[in-house]
Every structure is written in C-alpha cells, then in structure tokens.
Design a protein around this ligand. Structure first.
Ligand code: HEC
Length: 103
C-alpha cells in the first residue's frame, strides 16, 4: 500500500487554494462527508471513498456526483456549498488518500 503524502506536501502541491480554504475543505469532508461515508471514509451508509474504491472510476463522474448528488440515493447535491473546482479538488485528494485534518 502506498503511504499517504504528508499533509503539508499535499497542501503545497495544490497552490490554487489558500491554506485556510484547504483546511476548511478537509474539515468539511472529514466531518460532513464522513457522517455517511465513515470517519475514515471507508464506507458507512455511503460507499467507501478510499483510493482503492475510487481509482478506477472516471474523475468527471465522481465530481458530478459530489456536485449534483445521486438522485434516488442518500447522496445529496453539494453545489450550494461546494464549487465544481472544489469538488474536483476533493475527488483528486480522495483518489490519492485524503489528508487528515490539521489544526
Ligand atoms: C446523507 C449521506 C451522504 C453524505 C452526507 C455524503 N454522501 Fe456521498 N454518497 C452517499 C451514498 C449513499 C452514495 C452511493 C450512491 C449510490 O448508491 O450510487 C454516495 C456516493 C458518493 C460518491 C460516488 C462514489 C462511487 O464509488 O461512485 C462520491 C464521490 C461521494 N459520495 C462523495 C461525497 C462527498 C465528497 C461528500 C461530502 C461533501 C459526500 N459524499 C457526502 C451518501 C452520502
């Protein structure tokens, strides 16, 4: 199994986000997405969001799922609070192994 990049490196590698935005997004995913997808994102009511579960799925459709939700399932649309760009950032990080919250 690949070890996750240190958080600082993961943040540095993504220059388009201010660190505070990044922290906010990490927190949002860990808390709000974690309530369904599991605190470790390994699945719960929602499907696992681990690199193993997502790496063979098309990024575009994963991003669309975050933005628009999946009608007929418990997955809600997030477009009122998560932009498409942020959804793409989240999906990319999920595929790599999602960073832990920092303080
Ligand atoms: C109310 C529960 C709930 C919350 C909160 C939730 N999800 Fe989901 N999500 C689901 C369910 C259920 C599915 C599976 C839908 C299906 O059966 O196709 C899903 C599917 C997904 C998928 C597609 C996974 C795949 O393998 O195709 C992604 C990506 C995803 N969620 C990301 C997120 C993110 C990011 C958040 C937070 C911003 C989030 N979810 C919050 C319930 C939730």
């Amino acid at each position: 199994m690949k070890t996750a990049l240190p958080v600082a490196l993961a943040i540095a590698a993504f220059g388009a986000h201010a660190a505070s935005d990044t922290r906010e997004l990490v927190r949002l995913v860990r808390q709000d997405c974690g309530s369904c997808h599991g605190m470790q994102l390994t699945g719960g009511l929602g499907t696992p969001l681990t690199p193993q579960a997502l790496r063979d799925k098309p990024v575009d459709s994963l991003v669309a799922t975050v933005v628009n939700g999946r009608p007929g399932t418990a997955m809600p649309p997030w477009k009122t609070i998560i932009s498409e760009q942020d959804a793409e950032w989240i999906v990319q990080r999920l595929i790599e192994g999602f960073p832990e919250e920092t303080r």
